[in-house]
Design a protein around this ligand. Structure first.
Ligand SMILES: Nc1ncnc2c1ncn2[C@@H]1O[C@H](COP(=O)(O)OP(=O)(O)OP(=O)(O)O)[C@@H](O)[C@H]1O
Ligand SMILES: [Mg+2]
Length: 458
């Protein structure tokens, strides 16, 4: 990370020029007009020669319509991340209620950055808007970037790109993440509405076999860092996950943990609210980069399962409605399996930014193989009944313990009965146990497991 230190270079330079102009003012009063002209032109040629520094200004607005200059916001974010080392005066703003305050260098502040051995000075200031046509008193802010002319190529070709990427990452991290749904209050399904996404689930709180958890985290990390790789192999930068398993095994919780881990927005797509394939395609294309698109309980969402293959529409077999089928099916006033597959494939080919799509189901066997084949759903993750390893995560998170004399009884019972993690969680923290001690919570869980065993034996 580049480090920043306060400098006084431009003030030193300014002093040099001030003394030069002072001498010039003295000389000017005592020489002829012709001599003055020659001297002025000489000075004009000498100043760039004497000054080995180049300057780039990045203004807040970039056109006479006062459109925001994206590079200004990115530079602001970039400097916010490193300026605390160098700037004495900072401006603070809050970008999201859940995030930490965002600090930017204040006006008239100067900080220095280093990049590949080059020193770069950033100065924050404001001026009359360059493009404003209105005679208002409003000022616009700008950054002046100063560097030695020998680094001109480095700045142009690498440093500004570095600012662009780093700034984007920082902005993405500091923004309020959102949960989008396509169910509006009017009941129509087209277009997204959003609320703040603040689900607390993380991989630490997720009760799951540690090896599976590690495998998923590694997969997500290599996806997140895989931009160049996906480009190289000519594939869209996306990944599909199928989460399947009985109710209460943590599928929805896992989605929140994934979104939190990647710091993505969530688009929760309710297929039953979509009128037809056209609408579905449009709504898919309206999702943004760095997002998780979720279709929960896909086996219950319309007739997207293998069973539909025998259903007739307009006298034709729906088997024909596979991807690339006739237009006749696209016009049917409903969402079809082929429509969903085409929308997903269309999204992948139209958008190059990172997206993850997740399907959840309680009945994986009911799904059409085309829907979950590798390439569409790259990773199939089974969310199973609670194991002893998963229970230990709950014990650590809920009770703050790693070991207890009741653990062996619980381990034995978990091998004998199928209980979901949701049941175990409830057993540990039911309402009556809120203020109870560890022993009481574990004893209650043992009772719950014994009851489940009795039920099973009946
Ligand atoms: N693996 C888990 N780790 C942590 N908490 C879990 C886990 N599984 C379930 N829970 C708890 O149980 C509740 C229900 O879990 P969740 O909604 O994720 O299950 P689900 O598999 O999506 O169920 P469904 O199939 O009914 O949608 C969650 O609020 C969470 O507190
Ligand atoms: Mg769920």
């Amino acid at each position: 990370m580049a480090s920043l230190i306060q400098v006084g270079l431009s003030s030193a330079l300014r002093k040099k020029f001030e003394s030069l102009f002072f001498v010039w003012a003295m000389v000017r009063s005592s020489i002829s007009v012709e001599l003055k002209r020659m001297f002025t032109s000489f000075l004009r040629r000498m100043i760039p020669f004497l000054n080995p520094y180049h300057v780039i200004e990045i203004h807040e607005h970039r056109s006479k319509h006062m459109m925001g200059n994206k590079l200004y916001s990115l530079a602001k974010a970039y400097l916010s991340n490193v300026c605390s080392h160098g700037a004495h005066k900072l401006d603070a703003e809050v970008r999201s209620l859940s995030g930490r305050p965002f600090l930017t260098i204040a006006e008239q502040e100067e900080v220095v950055d280093t990049f590949q051995g080059a020193k770069l000075w950033w100065y924050s200031s404001c001026c009359k808007p360059k493009y404003s046509t209105k005679s208002s008193n409003a000022e616009e802010r700008f950054y002046r970037l100063t560097f030695h002319k020998k680094y001109r190529k480095l700045v142009e070709h690498e440093y500004l790109t570095h600012i662009f990427h780093e700034g984007r990452e920082i902005l993405a991290r500091s923004r309020q993440r959102r949960l989008f749904t396509n169910i509006s209050s009017s009941g129509t399904g087209y277009s997204w509405t959003c609320v703040a996404f603040e689900h607390p689930a993380t991989f630490d709180t997720l009760a799951l076999d540690p090896a599976t958890k590690r495998h998923i985290i590694e997969d997500l990390m290599s996806f997140r860092e895989g931009k160049e790789y996906y480009k190289k192999i000519g594939k869209a930068w996306k990944r599909g996950y199928l989460l399947y398993g009985p109710p209460g095994t943590g599928k929805s919780t896992m989605i929140a943990a994934i979104a939190n881990f990647l710091e993505y927005d969530v688009f929760d797509l309710e297929l039953t609210a979509i009128k037809n394939n056209m609408e579905l395609k449009k709504i898919f294309l309206e999702t943004s980069s760095k997002s998780v698109i979720v279709i929960e309980d896909i086996d219950c969402s319309l007739n997207l399962t293998g069973k539909r293959v025998n259903k007739k529409i307009k006298g034709k077999d729906e088997a024909e409605a596979a991807p690339g089928a006739s237009k006749e099916y696209e016009n049917v006033n409903t969402v079809t399996l082929s429509g969903l597959l085409n929308s997903i494939d269309g999204l992948w080919s139209a958008c190059e930014d990172e997206r993850i799509i997740i399907f959840t189901t309680n009945h994986v066997e009911k799904l059409d193989p085309a829907l979950i084949r590798r390439g569409r759903m790259d990773m199939h993750i089974e969310m199973s009944y609670c194991t002893f390893e998963a229970f230990k995560v709950f014990a650590r998170n809920y009770l703050g313990i790693e070991i207890h004399h009741l653990f062996s009884a619980i381990e034995k019972l978990l091998l004998e009965v199928n209980v979901s993690p949701a049941d175990v969680a409830e057993g540990l923290m039911s309402r009556s146990l809120r203020n109870a001690d560890v022993d009481a919570c574990l004893a209650n869980l043992v009772e719950v497991l014994n009851l489940a065993k009795e039920e099973m034996n009946k």
